[in-house]
Design a protein. Structure first.
Length: 179
């Protein structure tokens, strides 16, 4: 059982597949519980015809929290929860830019929708601008105190059941750093 996982304050961008994923690793039994995905910036993930921001696709996952993330300009979905998920999965207070309504894509509750207005996203500067009142757009303090990110990248980390080691995969070159 993999449990009590916190994925927070990361930047996941330009991945060929998914920025952040909670999945079953293509094996029959992969229970996981108490996963928090909080305060991440997930931008421009997916390549060619599939991929996206944050994906939950493990039918054995329990107690998943996806909160206060910025998901923007991901190819096929921003946040998606596979229909086989048994839950509970809580998705709230995220800023969503580029919702497409694809299968299993969700906005969750208490979300903001629109551009995050990165300082210079094309140059990899994902800081949020210093605009007076920018955080007053939502009554529930979504993104309060967020500064965005610039260059610290996390890539998909998978567990290999044969070697009992973690491995990382990406199909496009990128820098990475796990915080």
């Amino acid at each position: 059982m993999l449990e009590n996982i916190r994925i927070f304050n990361n930047l996941a961008y330009n991945s060929a597949q998914v920025g952040i994923s909670v999945h079953d690793c293509c094996i029959a039994s992969h229970p996981i519980r108490n996963v928090e995905i909080v305060n991440n910036t997930v931008v421009n993930n997916g390549w060619v015809d599939w991929g996206g921001g944050i994906l939950m696709e493990n039918p054995q996952a329990e107690n998943i929290l996806i909160r206060n993330n910025i998901v923007s300009n991901n190819l096929y979905f921003q946040i998606a929860v596979d229909s086989s998920a048994v839950g509970p999965v809580t998705i709230d207070y995220n800023l969503i830019d580029g919702f497409q309504g694809t299968e299993d894509e969700t906005k969750g509750s208490d979300f903001l929708e629109g551009s995050p207005l990165f300082v210079d996203g094309t140059a990899g500067d994902f800081h949020l601008p210093s605009i007076p009142g920018v955080h007053l757009q939502h009554q529930r303090k979504i993104l309060m105190g967020r500064r965005g990110h610039s260059g610290e990248t996390v890539i998909s980390v998978h567990w290999n059941t044969v070697t009992r080691k973690h491995w990382c995969q990406t199909l496009r070159p990128m820098e990475w750093m796990v915080q």
